[in-house]
Design a protein around this ligand. Structure first.
Ligand code: GLP
Length: 256
């Protein structure tokens, strides 16, 4: 794992955007896994500003709420179009987001997995992290080998996401999410975390044991994982000075 600590959310998001941009520049038909939530907002804004060529890019989003139509204001479909896809030259048929209205959810999930395989897998998976360590919507105790499937949200996640719905009662209980196994099949992962609210989950994920109790900790076990943090999210790391030294002393070509 490479831990990159930046002074501000903006600086962290710009580094994350450069990592994504590098992938698109090296492989114009790259396959990206994308995340939602407050965390990637500045990253997506920066990607739009960079004015990259997305016309051959394919994307797969991590998750969606069961029962929400694509045009629901809190749906991840709506989030992705408003915050990224409407502002870049991506081709609509290359965008994949789980369908919260799927009638046969297991069949839909299998098709999602098949679609990822059909494009030879994900080149770069962008991730945020929940305050309980979830990635996608893989809540604590999710199987570390899980595939795309339906999951039930914890009360903590429903509380955390109530701000998007106006009240906790309106937050769906069920979601479709890529599994942890689906995520870790990606050729590389980039996890962005911002703010003190994420500091404990990050410390456990980076410096604790690999455990289903903190799904993000599985990133310790994959070949290429970059964890980009602002100072607040890095606040509980015991080896932060070491991570800073490593990053500051890298040759420029190796920095991304
Ligand atoms: C959400 C999403 C995750 C996201 C996480 C953190 O519920 N399913 O993909 O990384 O929780 O969200 P935020 O960035 O808003 O803190």
């Amino acid at each position: 794992m490479e831990i990159i600590i930046q002074p501000t959310p903006k600086a962290a998001s710009e580094i994350a955007a450069r990592i994504v941009a590098r992938v698109l520049q090296a492989k114009p038909n790259a396959v990206l896994g994308l995340a939602t939530g407050d965390t990637p907002l500045l990253l997506y804004r920066e990607l739009v500003r960079l004015n990259l060529d997305w016309h051959k890019v394919t994307t797969f989003n991590l998750d969606e709420y069961v029962g929400l139509a694509p045009d629901h204001p809190a749906s991840y479909h709506r989030f992705m179009w408003e915050n990224l896809f409407d502002h870049i030259n991506i081709v609509k048929k290359n965008v994949h987001i789980p369908n919260g209205l799927a009638k046969d959810i297991p069949a839909f999930c299998q098709k999602y997995e098949d679609a990822i395989r059909a494009v030879s897998g994900i080149d770069l998976q962008v991730l945020g992290i929940g305050t309980d360590g979830h990635i996608g919507f893989n809540e604590p105790t999710s199987s570390l080998g899980s595939r795309t499937r339906i999951k039930t949200l914890t009360q903590q996640t429903r509380q955390d996401n109530a701000r998007f719905f106006g009240s906790e009662a309106k937050v769906p209980h069920h979601v479709i999410t890529m599994g942890i196994g689906t995520i870790t099949d990606a050729r590389r992962c980039l996890l962005l975390a911002l703010g003190t609210k994420k500091a404990q989950a990050i410390a456990e994920a980076v410096e604790g044991p690999i455990t289903a109790m903190n799904p993000a900790s599985i990133l310790q076990a994959i070949p290429v994982a970059k964890i980009v943090l602002d100072e607040a999210a890095a606040g509980q790391l015991t080896k932060a000075d070491y991570y800073r030294w490593v990053y500051d002393n890298k040759p420029d070509w190796q920095k991304l």
